[in-house]
Write a protein of this length. Structure first.
Length: 410
């Protein structure tokens, strides 16, 4: 069974790699087309129906690009569709969610000090939130409010902040931020799948049939594309945040998330304004810096502790690691080689918090991270970093034997 842990680790690595690659492709094409659209210039020699054009140079060649606001007079012989980047990004991201957070729900998804629920219930809540989020967003866009793009985006921001708070009341801080990213990415990818692509197919069908396409389909698609543009940078932040506990594992993590959404707007506003040749609003960078400093300060505000809070006990899912015969020796090894960093108050110089918020102060914490200890310090030599505490091969063998024997007795 311990071979499964190694295979699972490599599987998550492969899916994560795929997710990053497809995300680069989607975000890259999205940013490119937004910049292209904003930089179009109207000139008198343009063909009928053309909205604007732009000349670009790249890779030793020149490109002459023209945009038709609705559609050209006839269907071009070859048409390139941009859709699979979005679909592959969402599917690989959902696969990551299943592998890491659903497969390891007791460790990564559920915090029983936040909400004591079973793994199946937590997974159902997760799936429901992603689905309901898209449905509510889509209904808002199709409501009378949808005709006012900026009012709609303001209301969407309120919804996202509410979701940020709600997720922190349901899951671990790490899972809350990951779900907020998934919630937003689901809206973005669903925009492509359910709105942008179908509208483009209607326009293409009209061209093939010799009909004049209705411009409303392009206008609706452009509005959804604008939403995606402003949501992209926060999604990247939330996907990276699982490596930085100061973002997700602090008292005001949901406020941090709310400010991250604002930073996404200020940064994209600078780029969008610049690409549209409407000036360079440098004030946006000052606002972004102030927001980031505020986020840094919020991450230092201590979490209020409930009076008489009980000491941690080992969860049933990890009890076999604490009951294992190797555990006393493992505790001593971890105390000697790991706890200088992985403690509530690290003694290693320069560390204010334990790396990735992983602590080994109690039996429960050690047992809960048994798999990570096995992979990082037993099978691999990633921990301690640079073998700073001189962990011996005998001690690594002990950690390996502890995990593998506990798994076999499952």
């Amino acid at each position: 069974m311990y071979e499964f842990a190694i295979a699972w680790e490599w599987l998550t690595f492969a899916v994560r790699w795929l997710h990053v690659v497809t995300a680069i492709a989607w975000i890259g094409s999205s940013f490119y087309f937004i910049a292209l659209d904003l930089g179009l210039v109207k000139r008198p020699h343009l063909p009928p129906g053309a909205y604007g054009e732009e000349w670009q140079v790249h890779g030793g060649g020149f490109y002459h690009i023209q945009k038709y606001l609705v559609a050209p007079a006839s269907m071009p012989e070859h048409l390139t569709w941009f859709k699979w980047e979005s679909y592959a990004t969402w599917l690989s991201g959902f696969a990551m969610l299943c592998l890491v957070y659903y497969g390891g729900a007791d460790l990564f998804l559920i915090d029983r000090h936040v909400l004591d629920i079973s793994a199946p219930v937590a997974i159902l809540i997760s799936l429901a939130s992603l689905s309901i989020g898209w449905i509510c967003y889509d209904l808002l866009c199709k409501s009378p409010l949808g005709k006012n793009t900026w009012a709609l985006m303001g209301l969407l921001y309120v919804v996202l902040v509410a979701m940020a708070w709600g997720y922190t009341q349901l899951f671990t801080g790490r899972a809350a931020f990951l779900h907020l990213g998934a919630f937003t990415a689901t809206i973005m990818s669903a925009n492509v799948f359910f709105i942008i692509m179908p509208n483009q197919r209607i326009v293409v069908a009209d061209l093939i049939a010799g009909r004049t396409p209705d411009p409303k389909y392009g206008q609706i698609a452009k509005q959804r594309s604008l939403h995606n543009n402003y949501l992209t940078l926060p999604v990247i932040f939330f996907m990276l945040s699982n490596h930085y506990p100061l973002a997700f594992a602090t008292a005001y993590n949901w406020v941090i998330a709310a400010l991250v959404f604002l930073m996404g707007v200020t940064i994209r506003h600078w780029f969008n304004t610049t690409h549209a040749r409407k000036g360079r609003p440098t004030w946006t960078w000052l606002v972004t810096l102030i927001l980031f400093i505020l986020i840094m300060w919020l991450s230092t505000v201590p979490r209020a502790t409930a009076p008489g809070e009980a000491a941690e006990t080992v969860a049933p899912a990890f009890q076999r690691f604490a009951d294992n015969a190797h555990f006393p020796a493992v505790k001593e090894t971890i105390s000697t080689r790991c706890s200088m960093c992985h403690a509530a108050e690290p003694v290693y110089e320069g560390l204010a918090r334990p790396p990735k918020n992983v602590r080994f102060d109690t039996d429960a914490e050690i047992a809960a991270h048994a798999r990570e200890i096995y992979l990082q310090a037993g099978r691999a030599h990633a921990m301690p970093p640079g073998n700073l505490t001189d962990m011996t091969e005998k001690e690594r063998a002990l950690l390996t034997a502890w995990f593998e024997s506990a798994v076999k007795t499952r």
